[in-house]
Design a protein around this ligand. Structure first.
Ligand SMILES: [Zn+2]
Length: 261
């Protein structure tokens, strides 16, 4: 029973700041990664209690979000860049777990909310609907027939996931007070809840349908600066929409994912 654990760093208990915690080289970045790794290990313990036998961890945080030294001994880990998506590796997965995710940019009280890049992107749309990493990752898995059964993060992240998968097993580890402040569980309590949630999520496999969005796809990206949009539009598969916005088209989410790299 192989599962994919797609990991980010912004949705970890105790993590609320970009500069000191989630950006590479930040003063507390190593501590944040360690806290995330312990939560991921709890997730793996719970999933294995629920029947998972081959947990594969994909480190999806841009600059790296796990501490490899401390990762669960039964996990195999995909990390480093450049790389394709998990769905391009020729492996099959029974389910996707979204660990430590964050809401899309401009979400009220979304802790560390952003859409792919906190430093350059303002908004993203898929077929005219605002979308962030949570929705995109759920749809990407759904396209290859894989259900997303678990999400952890702040309240806004779990709410966002439930828009796509109402029955998803969601673990809220902090309540946003602003984009960079939260009322957080202690790391040890968060681990307990994540372990329990992951065990329960294994029981949802077969109950939760893979989520899909009808094709074809238009993916639009509004940048914070016109310069970024101009640079991006220099690529031949990218079309300029207005000063700050570009779009790409594709018949599959996988194609959109490739063109966005
Ligand atoms: Zn991240």
């Amino acid at each position: 029973m192989r599962i994919l654990i797609l990991c980010d760093l912004e949705g970890t208990a105790g993590v609320v700041d970009f500069k000191t915690q989630t950006y590479d080289g930040g003063r507390d970045n190593e501590q944040a990664k360690y806290l995330a790794t312990l939560e991921i290990n709890a997730l793996i313990d719970g999933a294995m209690e629920g029947g998972a036998t081959d947990p594969i961890v994909l480190d999806g945080h841009g600059s790296g979000g796990i501490n490899i030294e401390h990762i669960h001994r039964e996990a195999r880990v995909i990390f480093g860049r450049p790389r394709g998506s998990a769905w391009e590796m020729g492996l099959t997965f029974e389910a996707q777990f979204l660990y430590g995710h964050h809401a899309m940019e401009n979400t009220p009280d979304g802790v560390l909310c952003h859409s792919w890049s906190s430093r350059s992107i303002a908004n993203c749309w898929l077929n005219d609907e605002l979308i962030g990493e949570i929705g995109f990752n759920i749809a990407h898995a759904g396209e290859v027939g894989v259900p997303t059964v678990f999400v952890s993060g702040d309240r806004a992240a779990v709410d966002e996931a439930r828009r796509y998968v109402p029955d998803i097993e969601g673990v809220v580890v902090k309540e946003g007070l602003s984009r960079t402040a939260a009322l957080s569980l202690s790391p040890t309590k968060a681990r307990d809840l994540i372990q329990e949630g992951a065990r329960k999520a294994m029981g949802r496999i077969g109950e939760i349908a893979p989520y899909t969005i009808p094709s074809p796809y238009i993916f639009a990206t509004e940048y914070q600066s016109a310069d970024s949009a101009e640079a991006r539009a220099a690529r031949e598969d990218v079309e300029r929409v207005d000063t700050h916005t570009v779009k790409i088209t594709g018949d599959t989410i996988a194609e959109i994912s490739k063109k966005r790299r």
